[in-house]
Design a binder for this molecule. Sequence first.
Ligand code: OOG
Ligand code: NI
Length: 464
Amino acid sequence: MAGRHAQPDDIRDLFSCAMSEMYRAEVPQYGTLLELVADINAQTLRADPRLRARLEQGGEIERLDVERHGAIRLGTPRELSDIRRVFAVMGMYPVGYYDLSLAGVPVHSTAFRPITEQALSRNPFRVFTSLLRLDLIEEPALRAEAEAILAARQIFTPRVLELVTFSETEGGLTRLEAEEFVCEALETFRWHGDATVDLATYRRLHCAHRLVADIVSFKGPHINHLTPRTLDIDAVQAAMPACGIAAKAMIEGPPRRNCPILLRQTSFKALEESIGFRQPAGETASGTHTARFGEIEQRGVALTARGRKLYDGLLASARRAIQPGAVGSGSITYESELSERFRSFPDDWAELRSRGLAFFRYSTTAASLTSRRAGASTSIDELIAQGFLRFDPIVYEDFLPVSAAGIFQSNLGADERKSYGERSNRDQFEAALGEPVRDEFELYARAERISLEQALERLGCPQT
Ligand code: OOG
Ligand code: NI
């Protein structure tokens, strides 16, 4: 009974607000960052009426202030399949497969996010979710030890799992249950200042990889960052030092452009946390751990497979020419190299569309209501030229593996670069997840196709 149930979109909205509140209380710098981003977004919109109009057209103004993503790292296949069920209650589904092992990070990942246009415009909250690859821990004894520690923990409250099962069998939760669900789900993402291991074990795990220690030593997969969306990442980056925030030197992703594509991101180290380690004799030893950080992102248009191929090629060529250091060594030359290489990537909406490089949302114009309609045989290009049809960029809702690797690495400190070679294992990931991940390109293509069909229908010239 749909009427009795809370909408998954509303539950996600409640959850993302609760998560933001919790993180703001735990990491004060996150609050500072939110204020800075809100200020710069407001300034940017005031200074650029065309940008404002474009965002209004796409329904993006309303979602801008609530828009953010988070990230967690899980330890076992069971945790991954359970988190999938938890996110499904909130209308969030796994999209895309990211193999980070190629970049020396022993995890593979997906992004849980809403997938329909309507759900995305309500609240696009996403969680980049990684699963530890124990098979990449070389030493068998340590691998077995990590596995045993992980097998003994339960990252969910019994009640949240009960509510998930209830939602699955009843087809939803009532408003009251939804509120309880949000409180219970939040517990999984909370920070724990006490490790579940002793200091010596922590150090051994840390030696294998810092990320292994971060995943294995704690009671749960603490949310490690929450990222607001800015409309001008260069401006926020420049303003950060004055707010006491030291950003990483280099912005990940494409260079600055007139027509933003995909995703640009930058992060900063937030906290060195003090941790209590449970020692074998029962006493507590204190130490530290760096896990949580801050990040901002600027989102641009989603690229088609052809556009993405061009992007990947140009990025790879720039990185071959100049290796950007994880802590920013050589970043200025890298940035100019990148801009130079991307000159061959069209920077004009019409050209991006006509060359099939990006996805657009079509709609009818005001003129189409008053003027004589075009005939049924009129092509889309003609309808655009005649001013009946308009097209606006569809925003990229996903992540970028090379950028994600850069974000991981900048927060691991130093230029920690291990290489695990080409040992991608998507099948293993999907088996753990319990279902295949969705294809991001299909989702964008579908959104574009639906918008076009609706617009043509309105113009009275449906095409086959
Ligand atoms: C996730 C890093 C990746 C992004 O925005 O690409 C990421 C992590 O450190 O767990 O958040
Ligand atoms: Ni992130």
